[in-house]
Write a protein that binds this ligand. Structure first.
Ligand code: ARG
Length: 281
């Protein structure tokens, strides 16, 4: 059902997050990062805490992994695992500066009782480039995740993968250009929002074909990291600047919940980047 009359039903989620105690912008691996700009780990921790508490207030469970010195981007937990039905596909980073994060997260999953864990052979930046719709795993490539990792994900997780080509370096991960608003087990009924210009012409046609009712975002929505939202099916956590998108989603029956992520955005991240979803199945 479309429009404001739809009753959006939230489902409780389980998230894994990493406090940004060692947050910094020391290197440049995406166009948002500028090491000459001052950044504050304290401000990042405060914003991150607000995000974590927002999830808890919405009824979600948040688990935390210990941050590590020398891994300033470890706060972006979404890049370290894709979990569907309790199966864990770990990550393999493109940038050597982030490589060690993958093992810390793998260990976290082992220590927390996860038994079905696959570590990828190909470059795979996890939920940065993978979005689960309830039926399909949308998979981005072009800047980070290797297209061969899409086939690996299909095999490891046992879910159908739809590959999408990203073309704008500012939207280097799928989760900077698209997110799932409402999951559905029927592949055509999930609702998503995306910024079409971030995708190749062919991938745009794929998205139009599979999701004819998708919400289409604008440049303005994308530039403030509005496409890095986190939805529980009703409440949609968005950067505080993403009010245009928030209003569009309100009209569709969703509830925007705004958070300030300005410090984290200096590293090219937003709410979703900080949030690895554990789908237990
Ligand atoms: N500085 C990090 C990088 O470039 C930011 C990662 C953001 N994460 C995300 N899921 N988009 O890798």
């Amino acid at each position: 059902m479309q429009g404001s009359l739809a009753t959006r039903v939230p489902t409780t989620r389980r998230y894994l997050m990493c406090p940004p105690r060692f947050f910094a912008v020391d290197y440049v691996i995406n166009p948002w990062m500028d090491p000459t700009q001052p950044v504050s780990a304290d401000v990042a921790v405060a914003q991150w805490t607000e995000l974590r508490d927002t999830y808890r207030r919405l009824g979600h469970t948040v688990e935390e992994i210990e941050p590590q010195p020398g891994l300033p981007d470890m706060v972006f937990a979404a890049n370290s695992g894709t979990v569907v039905d309790g199966r864990v596909l770990g990550s393999r980073f493109r940038a050597p500066q982030r490589a060690a994060e993958a093992e810390h997260f793998r260990r976290w999953f082992v220590e927390h009782g996860y038994r079905d864990i696959t570590m990828p052979e190909k470059i795979n930046e996890a939920e940065g480039d993978f979005a689960w719709t309830g039926a399909l795993l949308l998979a981005g490539t072009g800047f980070r995740t290797d297209p061969a990792a899409h086939a690996e994900a299909q095999e490891a997780l046992g879910v159908p993968v739809v590959s999408l080509q990203l073309v704008d370096p500012r939207y280097y991960h799928l989760d900077t250009a698209l997110f799932v608003l409402a999951e559905a087990t029927d592949s055509t009924r999930a609702q998503i929002v995306y910024y079409p210009e971030a995708f190749s012409a062919g991938s745009r046609r794929v998205l139009e074909r599979v999701f004819p009712d998708a919400v289409l975002a604008t440049k303005e929505d994308a530039e403030c990291f509005g496409l890095n939202g986190v939805s529980d099916g009703r409440n949609v956590v968005l950067p505080v600047e993403a009010t245009r998108l928030g209003e569009l989603l309100s009209a569709r029956g969703y509830e925007p919940v705004y958070v300030d992520i300005s410090e984290l955005r200096k590293a090219g991240g937003g709410p979703k980047c900080c949030t690895l979803e554990i789908r237990k199945g």
